[in-house]
Ligand binder design. Structure first.
Ligand code: KIV
Length: 258
């Protein structure tokens, strides 16, 4: 049985931390699913470490669908959530329905994630959830707004923190099943987590969230640049470079193949 959105809410009540990671292809999705991750996010971070874009903005829905289908083929247990790319849902509720519908129908993922809060996303989340499409919200630092926000920590003043708290409450009331809190002060992450009945999934939002998510390229040490809140648990950049150097040397010296 794969993880469900209802299970995530139960885990919050039981104070069992939720583990989430991104994946963009079959091989990594299969490995992290077998390793026991609860949520696999096909994040629009796909645009940067994997496709080499400067920001997440150029990513298209078709690119996202292509990668989400590969992830789906590798996963049996984790809940798969797919990000709606920039301007595939902000124009109108109808546009959001169309894009989210394509994600669920064409990839087999169970949920979508979208960035933004009150008032912009409320009607959209109400409509998607009433059509049976589970929605994960995302507030704080929202990378699709990089040209307004930069990549800076959000919610640092009392007023800004209050705005993010109120946005999170509005997203919950509109029907979101969980909310990503990105790059906000830890005490604000704690306050929002205590206030909501749905799980908060933090990334740079402190230790008190109901779960944590990392971009897998950061966790594996594959990214060229890491955000300050990420932690690398391996250094695949140097492992891969060394393996390629060893192979090249052996080919050039006639040692491989033997
Ligand atoms: O796109 C992504 O990987 C994300 C995470 C940073 C939460 O939205």
């Amino acid at each position: 049985m794969s993880v469900t959105t209802h299970q995530l809410i139960q885990w919050k009540q039981q104070r069992r931390s939720i583990v989430a990671l991104t994946a963009y292809d079959y091989a990594i999705a299969q490995l992290i699913d077998l390793a026991g991750v609860d949520i696999i996010l096909v994040g629009d971070s796909l645009a940067m470490p994997i496709l080499g874009y400067e920001t997440t903005l150029p990513l298209t829905l078709d690119e996202m669908l292509h990668h989400a289908k590969a992830v789906r083929r590798g996963v049996t247990e984790a809940l798969i959530v797919v990000d709606l790319p920039f301007l595939t849902y902000q124009e109108s509720v109808q546009q959001a329905m169309h894009s989210a519908g394509r994600v669920l129908k064409e990839t087999g993922a169970q949920a979508v994630k979208l960035e933004g809060g009150y008032p912009a996303m409320i009607a959209t989340i109400l409509q998607l959830t009433s059509a049976g499409i589970p929605v994960m919200g995302h507030v704080g630092l929202t990378p699709q707004s990089v040209h307004q926000l930069g990549y800076k920590k959000q919610g640092k003043t009392v007023e800004a923190g209050e705005r993010i708290l109120q946005e999170s409450i509005a997203l919950q009331e509109a029907g979101a099943f969980a909310i990503v809190l990105e790059h906000i002060p830890a005490d604000l992450g704690d306050r929002i987590t205590q206030k909501l009945t749905i799980p908060t999934i933090g990334i740079g939002a402190g230790p008190h969230c109901d779960g944590q998510v990392l971009v897998t390229s950061d966790l594996l040490g594959l990214s060229e640049k890491q955000p300050p809140f990420a932690k690398a648990y391996a250094n695949l950049r140097s492992t891969i470079t060394q393996a390629v150097k060893d192979y090249s040397l052996e080919v050039r010296e006639g040692k491989f193949p033997q």
